[in-house]
Design a protein around this ligand. Structure first.
Ligand code: 3HC
Ligand code: NAI
Length: 693
């Protein structure tokens, strides 16, 4: 059956794009749409046409799975040109979402309507490309240069209501049936005697984007698509429509060939693949109607907020009334911020706080909870004590979860009479904002408990990644390793500032020493104390970090850490830090270039990540990528550490490790999986394909 249906009644032709799940514009859809438009043009009984999407949305864009493959006729720009050049009027009737090529189809139509609540956007830059089917030339003709540039360079969608104000659409539909609304409006348009109104023939916009371009260039840190997209939009002011289209095509092709495009599209599919876990396929999750949270500090309050925002009632237990009051205040502040950001209705906030949230100091209050998440201090002793109490009060079949960052979930489960119900749910801070959730499956965790954790993640709008039990799971285990590589460089002469700069220039949001200041140097110090018994004689302690800690430089919270925040919230480099670091060095100092800093940092990251995959802690390399993209500020356009490693070359990483091992063959030991893949000339991607496709 054709993916575009043609139906005619009352002189209105309805062209329905039907290609589940998102009506993507695959080759088959493009060809069928072109055919349907020709049929309408030739159909003497049809005077106006409506294009709409079947199912829950209009059109989700070009078919991303075709990117990187040879282009197949007809091209989307040609199909849209056929719509625009049709002598009879064609209307786009949009519901749900119109994204990328989907919105470009609508821009090529002569009239546009959208149903209330619809989202319209050109998110191409988030995939490393730019709108390549006329979006950069038609949108500015409809909404003006600045508004079009902003929408295209940010990739952010607009609501139907805002689109009406901006002039992107002409009409807001009524009711909830897009077909009925479209037919009714098309009949009105017919009665008004409207004619075809090609966007491409509208007046060219005027204005200048050089300021926006300079701002974008400064903040893009190596990402090329947003700036290139602005260049394409700017072409609409100086070139004819046809030449502007040619320029758009040239820049689109240029971006299509970049590794950044490949990295961003890898990220898109990887994010959707982590939730597909063979071990829970077909297993029904347990029902979750009420959450229990134990500990209402930074994490517990954030987790409770996240649940409340998702409509799940919460019982939160703290140690005493004062702490319970503080937890409630934090949650109230989080919800107030959500209201401010337009994410929550003010009336609903009051209901969430007064009805959906219960705070208590007695563990018995947790008895009705279906899933309990512990977020107390990071101490095995405290956590085991809490789990023994939960075992006593939780109803049979309730899921017992821990938010521990590093600790052994098997050992926590072992103090309960129901280890099959215990799982790790490692949220990231702030828990109501960060999307990543590591789901730590312990030795005895029952498959339906794992399925329940994944179902909860979906409900909370999180991106779940399966992890196995080890010190630090996926993210923190790898982090510990590359942090150590950075610390070794500082011990050998690199300044923490030089390292942060090189790592930011690579594209990370922050360097490792800025992260230390944010988390607090006391956290690292406590971790070193906890692990003191496991230290190997050849491990090199970060003596400078201890020196800063003992000097009371705990980071942002004391206004001083590696950086000085006393008169600059961003932090200033400080000679006092450099003096403390120098005094704590015991070996001879040498210079490090930015290139060597990045090589060492990345080799350590990829090597430990290869161990994490090799040991089965992460199911696939793509799971590591998603953890780093969403939990550790890894530059999205590089696709994640494993995707990046494939583009850099596994043989080169192995050679780097062997080079570094000449000075330190204790720290630099190649992971068996890395050696195996490099020797075979294989990639990490080859392991992703095995499980997901
Ligand atoms: N092409 C191919 N597959 C797509 C797709 C696309 N454009 N958009 C979504 N899919 C797939 C997903 O991979 C997923 O597949 P799976 O079930 O096998 O994992 C399935 O469709 C459902 O997707 P989601 O889980 O994301 O569904 P949601 O309902 O949560 O979201 C959506 C729907 C908002 C449309 C979201 O999928 C989305 O943002 N898609 C990408 C939109 C986009 O970036 N479009 C621009 C493409 S580039 C372009 O158009 C170039 C043009 O200018 C020439
Ligand atoms: P926190 O110190 O802010 O909060 C802990 C809370 O637990 C305190 O409010 C304390 O009163 C309460 N508490 C302690 N014992 C209790 C008990 N027996 N019963 C009830 N409440 C009790 O700590 P934070 O940062 O929220 O961390 C909590 C857990 O989350 C730790 O295991 C930590 O490793 C983990 N985690 C922390 C992250 C972070 O960025 N802070 C990120 C991810 C996980």
């Amino acid at each position: 059956m054709s993916p575009v249906r043609y139906a005619l009644s009352d002189r209105i032709a309805v062209l329905t794009v039907d290609n589940p799940p998102v009506n993507a514009l695959s080759q088959a859809v493009r060809a069928a749409l072109a055919d349907a438009v020709s049929r309408f043009a030739a159909d003497e009984d049809a005077e106006i046409a409506v294009i709409l999407g079947a199912g829950r949305l209009f059109i989700g864009g070009a078919d991303i799975s075709e990117f990187g493959k040879p282009p197949a006729d007809p091209w989307l720009p040609e199909v849209i040109a056929a719509i625009e050049d049709c002598p009879k009027p064609i209307v786009a009737a949009i519901h749900g979402t119109a994204l990328g090529g989907g919105l470009e189809v609508a821009l090529g139509c002569h009239w546009r309507m959208a149903m209330p609540g619809t989202k319209l956007g050109l998110p191409e830059v988030t995939l490393g490309i730019l709108p390549g089917a006329g979006g950069t030339q038609r949108l500015p003709r409809l909404v003006g240069l600045q508004a079009a540039a902003k929408m295209i360079a940010s990739g952010k969608p607009m609501t139907a209501e805002a689109a009406l104000d901006a002039g992107l659409i002409d009409h807001l539909g009524q009711g909830d049936d897009v077909l009925a609304a479209a037919r009714s409006w098309a009949a009105d348009l017919l009665a008004q005697g409207v004619v075809a109104r090609p966007t491409g023939r509208m007046a060219a916009p005027s204005g200048d984007l050089s300021d926006m371009r300079a701002g974008m260039q400064a903040k893009s840190r190596g990402e090329v698509a947003p700036v290139t997209a602005l260049d394409a939009v700017a072409a609409s002011t100086s070139l004819s429509f046809a030449d502007g289209m040619a320029e758009e095509r040239r820049l689109f092709r240029e971006l299509m060939d970049t590794p950044q495009r490949a990295g961003l599209i890898h990220a898109f599919f990887a994010e959707r693949a982590t939730a597909k876990l063979p071990e829970i396929a077909g297993i029904a999750p347990r029902e979750i109607d009420r959450l229990g949270v134990i500990g209402g500090g930074t994490m517990g309050a954030g987790i409770a907020t996240s649940a409340l925002l998702a409509g799940l009632p919460v019982v939160l237990v703290e140690r005493d009334e004062a702490a319970a009051g503080r937890a409630r205040d934090t949650i109230a502040a989080n919800l107030a911020a959500a209201v401010k950001r337009g994410k929550l209705d003010p009336d609903r906030r009051d209901t969430l706080l007064d009805v959906s949230l219960v705070t208590a100091t007695d563990y018995d209050a947790l008895a009705p909870a279906d899933l309990l998440i512990e977020a107390v201090f990071e101490s095995m002793e405290v956590k085991q004590e809490v789990f023994a109490r939960l075992d006593a009060v939780a109803r049979p079949g309730a899921v017992l979860a821990t938010n521990t960052s590093y600790l052994d979930v098997d050992a926590i489960a072992a103090v309960t009479s129901r280890p099959q119900d215990v799982i790790g749910l490692h949220f990231f801070s702030p828990a109501h904002i960060m999307k990543l959730l590591e789901i730590v499956v312990a030795r005895d965790t029952a498959p339906d408990v794992t399925a329940t954790a994944f179902a909860l993640a979906r409900r909370l709008g999180k991106i779940p990644v399966r992890a196995g039990v080890c010190d630090g799971f996926i993210g923190n285990r790898i982090l510990s390793h590359y942090r150590t590589a950075a610390d070794h460089m500082v011990l050998d002469g690199a300044s923490p500032y030089a390292i942060d700069r090189a790592i930011r220039d690579f594209g990370f949001a922050m360097g490792p020493y800025q992260v230390s200041d944010l988390a607090g140097l006391d956290i690292g110090f406590a971790t070193r104390q906890r692990k003191a018994a496991d230290v190997h004689p050849r491990d090199r302690a970060p003596t400078f970090a201890d020196a800063l800690y003992h000097a009371g430089r705990l980071g942002r919270k004391t206004k001083r850490g590696y950086y000085d925040y006393s008169d600059d919230p961003k932090g200033r480099e400080d000679t006092e830090t450099l003096r403390l670091v120098q005094e704590a060095r015991t070996d001879a100092s040498r210079e490090f270039t930015d290139e060597e800093i990045v090589r060492r940092y990345m080799a350590a990251m990829v090597n430990e990540a290869a161990r994490v995959v090799g040991d089965g802690i992460a199911s696939r390399p793509l799971d590591v990528d998603v953890v780093f993209l969403h939990g550790y500020g890894f530059p999205r356009w590089r696709g994640g550490p494993m995707h990046w490693a494939d583009t850099y070359g596994l043989d080169r990483i192995l050679a780097d490790i062997r080079e570094f091992a000449r000075d330190d063959d204790h720290f630099w030991q190649p992971a068996p999986l890395l050696t195996e893949l490099a020797d075979k000339g294989a990639t990490f991607e080859s392991l992703n394909r095995k499980d997901t496709k």
